[in-house]
Design a protein around this ligand. Structure first.
Ligand SMILES: C[S@@+](CC[C@H](N)C(=O)[O-])C[C@H]1O[C@@H](n2cnc3c(N)ncnc32)[C@H](O)[C@@H]1O
Length: 227
């Protein structure tokens, strides 16, 4: 998959890639850049901040196969939005109300969600501000926003040290840049965390591939939309 062509081509590549992924295996825990341990860490963060919720409207943007919010869907209405129709179908099978759409143009009314969740999506989108504007728009004042993605600074360090084949994804972010944009959009940041997340790195050397397992990391930010 060529990642950094024109926006339209890139988006089509991602959609086809994730559609193939959905057809091949219903398991994002072993996505091409990640593994089951990394998935468990994302799930732990979501559980820590959101477990025990009942009767709320929750949006899971870039929901993939819906695994992350399957438990929440048992006691809440969870809207799962994803670009790949195959993923939307899998999420529907897990009890989410699925819709195929772009994250930058969500088919949800303004202030219609109590909780909005965006996990491991931002690295596919060229405009972080547009994504954050859209998730703030759909979140009700007083509602919670959870944003998580791969960490830019540590990935940069890894690329300059290991020199893996292929370019570093330019759409990685830091907790600080995400917090700044959230704050500008009227979101009060309550908590954030960073964790080690092993990555599968396509390196020309065996050492590079091994070290990639040790060098990745991700972060999550939780905030409240103020009125
Ligand atoms: C790495 S998966 C993450 C899935 C899930 N959130 C998780 O953390 O397990 C990224 C998902 O984002 C979706 N995606 C990529 N670009 C998108 C876009 N522009 N709008 C909506 N979804 C998109 C992909 O189809 C894929 O299912």
């Amino acid at each position: 998959m060529s990642r950094f062509r024109s926006p339209g081509v890139r988006e089509r590549c991602f959609r086809e890639h994730f559609d193939r992924n959905a057809l091949a295996r219903d398991d994002l825990r072993t996505a091409d850049y990640s593994n089951a341990a990394s998935y468990g860490l994302r799930q732990a963060v979501v559980s820590r901040w959101l477990s025990g919720l009942v009767g709320l409207r929750i949006a899971d943007i870039g929901c993939g196969n819906g695994l992350l919010t399957t438990d929440l869907a048992k006691t809440n209405r969870v809207f799962g939005v994803d670009l790949a129709l195959g993923m939307v179908r899998l999420a529907g099978g897990r009890g989410l109300l699925g819709a195929q759409a772009r994250a930058a143009q969500l088919p949800l009314r303004g202030e219609s969600c109590d909780v909005t969740l965006v996990v491991e999506l931002a690295q596919y989108l060229p405009h972080l501000e547009d994504l954050i504007t859209e998730i703030v728009r759909i979140t009700h004042p007083g509602g919670r926003i959870i944003f998580s993605c791969l960490h830019r600074s540590l990935a940069r360090r890894m690329w300059s040290t290991l020199k893996p084949a292929g370019p570093l994804n330019p759409y990685l972010h830091s907790p600080r840049s995400v917090q700044r944009i959230l704050a500008a959009g009227g979101v009060r940041v309550i908590e954030s965390c960073v964790w080690f997340q092993p990555l599968r790195v396509r390196s020309t050397s065996r050492l590079g591939r091994c070290l990639g397992q040790l060098a990745g990391s991700a972060f999550a930010v939780m905030g409240i939309r103020e009125s």
